[in-house]
Design a protein around this ligand. Structure first.
Ligand SMILES: N[C@@H](CCC[C@H](N)C(=O)O)C(=O)O
Length: 279
């Protein structure tokens, strides 16, 4: 199987061009290629496919083989891939995902895409649609006790579920311990991605993320959008926010008139390769 490894803010995936390659059993292949010792090494697998509703279709899998609806860092890399490898010459493209069609604007330097802005759509706050089990219609600053500590949890979906937790300092969080306790908490029937946020000022936040199905990653695009919306909702920030992640920065803008979130960030190719899936 021919593949390209790409990363956006260090959130790395193995990308396969399914216009050329046939991929059977994507969940198993995702587990295999993602393994950082016995595979290629990635946070998951992204398949680029034809769509009858948009220019392309993005099919994404976490490193544990589970499928997700949407990947913010991944979709910027899909845009880079289809432009750089000649599948399109358009600078504005549409990509169908499990969370609907997303519209992307490509910035190009030396004939390569280096930055992408994505209209990530409207944040979803209705508990039943995230989904999160709750006796209130929305979950904002809800106290949740995990391992003798009370956390303030705000829940937002960007097509996939996010639990946003505000902390005084992201560095000291024992994310390997706390992350799975939220991911598998019985509040979240479809598990959850969990963002730990420290608000620096009205336009800057620090974020660490424990991703559903992949563990701690260096960045999460949907998580950055969900977190900025949670910050605005809680009255902590304005509508334009720089999200500082372990692997880089994302610029997030909430457009109140359109009720949509724009994400701008980098997309980079790491290497091309070929893997024998029969071994
Ligand atoms: N890294 C991604 C999100 C990937 C999917 C997520 N782990 C899930 O299961 O929903 C991003 O950049 O958005």
């Amino acid at each position: 199987m021919k593949f390209t490894k790409m990363q956006g803010c260090g959130n790395d995936y193995v990308y396969v061009n399914c216009f050329k390659e046939k991929v059977d059993n994507a969940p198993e292949i995702s587990k295999l290629v993602s393994d950082r010792h016995f595979g290629i090494g990635s946070d998951g697998l992204i398949l680029i496919k034809p769509s009858d509703k948009a220019d392309f279709y993005m099919d994404m899998y976490n490193s544990d083989g589970t499928k997700s609806q949407m990947c913010g860092n991944g979709i910027r890399c899909v845009a880079k891939y289809v432009y750089d490898y000649g599948l399109t010459d358009k600078h504005n493209i549409s990509i169908e995902t499990g969370a609907g069609i997303k519209y992307l604007d490509l910035k190009i330097k030396e004939n390569k895409v280096f930055e992408v802005t994505v209209d990530m759509g409207s944040p979803i706050t209705k508990a039943s649609q995230i989904p999160v089990i709750s006796d209130s219609e929305e979950v904002i600053a809800k106290p949740v006790r995990v391992m003798d500590t009370e956390y303030s949890v705000t829940c937002v979906s960007m097509g996939n579920p996010h639990a946003i937790i505000f902390v005084d300092d992201t560095k000291s969080i024992d994310i390997e311990k706390i992350g799975p306790l939220f991911e598998y908490h019985n509040m979240f029937p479809e598990r959850t991605n969990t963002e730990f946020i420290h608000v620096i000022d009205k336009n800057t936040i620090d974020m660490r993320v424990w991703e559903r199905g992949s563990g701690e990653t260096l960045a999460c695009g949907t998580g950055a959008c969900a977190s900025v919306y949670a910050c605005i909702w809680n009255g902590f920030t304005e509508d334009n926010v720089t999200v500082r992640l372990l692997g880089g920065e994302l610029k997030i803008k909430y457009d109140r008139d359109k009720n949509t979130i724009f994400m701008t960030g980098p997309a980079a190719t790491v290497f091309d390769g070929e893997i024998n899936l029969n071994i």
